[in-house]
Design a protein around this ligand. Structure first.
Ligand SMILES: NC(=O)c1ccc[n+]([C@@H]2O[C@H](COP(=O)([O-])OP(=O)(O)OC[C@H]3O[C@@H](n4cnc5c(N)ncnc54)[C@H](OP(=O)(O)O)[C@@H]3O)[C@@H](O)[C@H]2O)c1
Length: 259
């Protein structure tokens, strides 16, 4: 992801300095015009903004911990995925060193960084977001989530939960057809995709907190339907673990029926 982000900034004409823990992985970026710093300390403060994108919160703290002295007075954007609380605590840590800080959440994958449809959530001071948005725009449309530094991470993780839920559903659907000897490719093309496309908007619009299922969704009928889906899955011999999303929905519908 770091490579994709740096590449998008270089393509937009920015001067970019890059650092990666394992040296030698920036060859393509250097060929495009990036300068490779030999250490984290060397990479901080040389540009208007320092963008961090490592594996997780722990790795960012490990990388920046030894160089906090150099961070004072700089501007930092952390695009590393983390939890909302991690983002708030990290913001507090940055405040200790007088760092102007935005937390981010990347709503893109490396090949789509900078493309139409890609967007990046940011949270933190609105004036800082407004100032940095033109610099950050080549990465994907900048979208402000709010002053609370935890909000970008919260929305990022919540959106990913939605995506992984759908992913679990379509993987289970395909496993079910495969286990039953069906034509998986034809099923994907002729049934699954048109069905998912038809249902995407109403599914997102209708999403509600787990305790409440609106009456018009007929939770009793849905509970019966979910039991039938689980029965079909068992009949086909699909591992029960792959049907966890159906059990989550069944639990919710039964709760709604029970009132
Ligand atoms: N890939 C995606 O589709 C995607 C989409 C949205 C958000 N993200 C987020 O972007 C971040 C990076 O993802 P990625 O796809 O680039 O993962 P990745 O390919 O696994 O790369 C992880 C990076 O973190 C570095 N790193 C790990 N531990 C470190 C440590 N202790 N100190 C310093 N550097 C360390 C690695 O350096 P080495 O090269 O030395 O191992 C590498 O550069 C993650 O938070 C991820 O959730 C990724």
């Amino acid at each position: 992801m770091g490579r994709a982000l740096a590449g998008a900034l270089i393509a937009a004409g920015h001067e970019v300095t890059v650092w990666n823990r394992t040296p030698g992985r920036a060859g393509a970026l250097v060929a495009q015009g990036a300068r490779e710093a030999a250490s984290v300390a060397e990479a901080i403060g040389v540009s208007e903004v320092t963008i961090v994108c490592l594996l997780n919160d722990v790795s960012v703290r490990e990388a920046l911990g030894p160089v906090t002295g150099k961070l004072a007075g700089t501007t930092l954007v952390n695009l590393t995925s983390g939890s909302a609380r991690q983002a708030r605590e990290f913001a507090g840590w940055m405040r200790e060193f007088g760092v102007r800080f935005l937390a981010g959440g990347i709503m893109a994958v490396p090949p789509t960084v900078g493309s139409e449809g890609a967007f990046i959530l940011y949270s933190g001071p609105r004036d800082l977001f407004d100032r940095l948005a033109p610099v950050l725009a080549p990465l994907g449309r900048p979208q402000w989530a709010g002053e609370d530094h935890g909000l970008a991470a919260l929305y990022d993780m919540a959106a990913l939960s939605g995506m992984y839920g759908m992913s679990a559903g379509v993987d289970h659907a395909v496993a079910l057809v495969h286990a039953s000897g069906g034509d998986v490719e034809a099923f994907k093309r002729e049934v699954l995709r048109p069905w998912m496309e038809q249902m995407l908007a109403p599914m997102v619009e209708g999403a509600d907190v787990s305790e409440s299922v609106p009456e018009e969704y007929n939770p009793a009928m849905q509970a019966t339907g979910l039991e039938t889906m689980l029965l079909t899955s068992d009949e086909a011999g699909v591992p029960a673990e792959l049907a966890g999303h159906l059990r989550a929905s069944l639990w919710r519908m039964r709760r709604a029926v029970a009132g």
